[in-house]
Each structure stands twice: as structure tokens, then as C-alpha cells.
Design a protein around this ligand. Sequence first.
Ligand code: PGA
Length: 231
Amino acid sequence: MILAANFKMNHTRASTRAYLQRLNSIEKPAHIDLFVFPPFTALDSYESIATIGAQNAYCAESGSYTGEIGLAQLREFGIETLILGHSERRHIFGESQELIAQKFAFYKEQGFTIFYCIGETLEVKERGEDAIHIYLQKQLEGIDTSYDKLIIAYEPVWAIGTGKSATPEDIEKILAFLASHTDAPLLYGGSVKPANIAEILRIPRCAGALIGTASWDVESFIEMIQIAKEI
Ligand code: PGA
């Protein structure tokens, strides 16, 4: 099982260090792989029971890409795990499927573990199941879904940061659809919290969760790890 904390633009270097120290004080359940994705400025070579990853990176070793970081900056801290295609990158920062696929190809070549995010908007959801399938398939365009270090996170855009998670029935249907396209572990993300994580982790084919808001407080993340331990 996989539990991943996406800090987004939260936490500083100092608070990330304190967070990871507290996380290290628990015993990592043997069957749970933990990941933490701090903001760029808080990346470092931490001793941690969680694998540290980056929330994004440009597809080059280094170069003239103002505001970006690339392979050289990740290598400095031994980081080999990356989120790509997060809905906030797609919708707020306008990343195209083409750019995301280029990043994917570059970091796949480098052997990175890639958390690849896909998910439909509310407008697409309201058009029904076929529309959702077509939309998700487009987000897999140019992505090697047989890559052995690929993890797919299904995160409906309307459920991210809204407190409104998708229903277990809806998630189950989408995960079944995705499983017909890939053998990659499938996560759910979108308003996962201590109150709903148990029912989400019990959904068939759900290999874990990518958690934003409810992961920023380390005690809440630990609570979810303890709940997951019993599943
Ligand atoms: P959320 O974010 O848990 O705050 O909904 C999830 C994500 O964006 O990965």
C-alpha cells in the first residue's frame, strides 16, 4: 500500500524537517510505502521512513529554464521520485499533455518513480461516464503505461482541496477502467482524510492514496497511516 503526502506550496524547510522528524518517531508499517513531496526549497537529503520526492521538474539536466528545477537539482539530494501531471500543474499553470509526456519520457529514461496524476473536471464528470473515459485516456496520451516505476493517481479535479471526495462506487468504476489500460498501482486522491481513508483504501484495486490538505499536519498524516495499518 502507498500513502503519499503532497505538501503543494505549504511548509518551509524548517517545518519539513520537523515534520519528517515526527514521522520518523513512528514505526513504519511493513506493508505501507510512505512518500512525502515537499516544495522545492525544502528538498534535502533527509533520513526518513518516507521516500522524498519532488512535486514537479523540468525535462532537462540543467539549462536556461527560469523558475524551474531539473535533474541536476534533484540528483544533489538523491531524489528519484516525482509527481507529474498534477491537476494544479495542468489547470493553474497550463501544462499541456505534450509537455507532461516529454517530462515523463525524460524522467522515465532516468529511472525515476513517477506518480502520474489524471482526473476529470466537474464539467466532464457531468457529461457522463463515456466523456470521463475519453478525457482520462487523453491524459494518458504519450505516457508509457507499462513503465514499471509508474504509479497512477486518479484525482478528480472537483474533489481536490474541496472537502468533497468522489464516492467509493465512482472511484471503483474508474479504477476498473484504468486497470484495463495499465498494470500500474492505482491510487486515489482528492479530499482524502482520516474520516474517509478507510473506505477509500478498501475499494477494489485501490493501492493507496495521494493526500494533500489532510497530510500537511503530521499528526493527521500519522493518523491515516495508523488507520491504513489495519486494512
Ligand atoms: P487534497 O489534494 O487532498 O487537498 O484534495 C490532493 C492532491 O491534490 O493530491
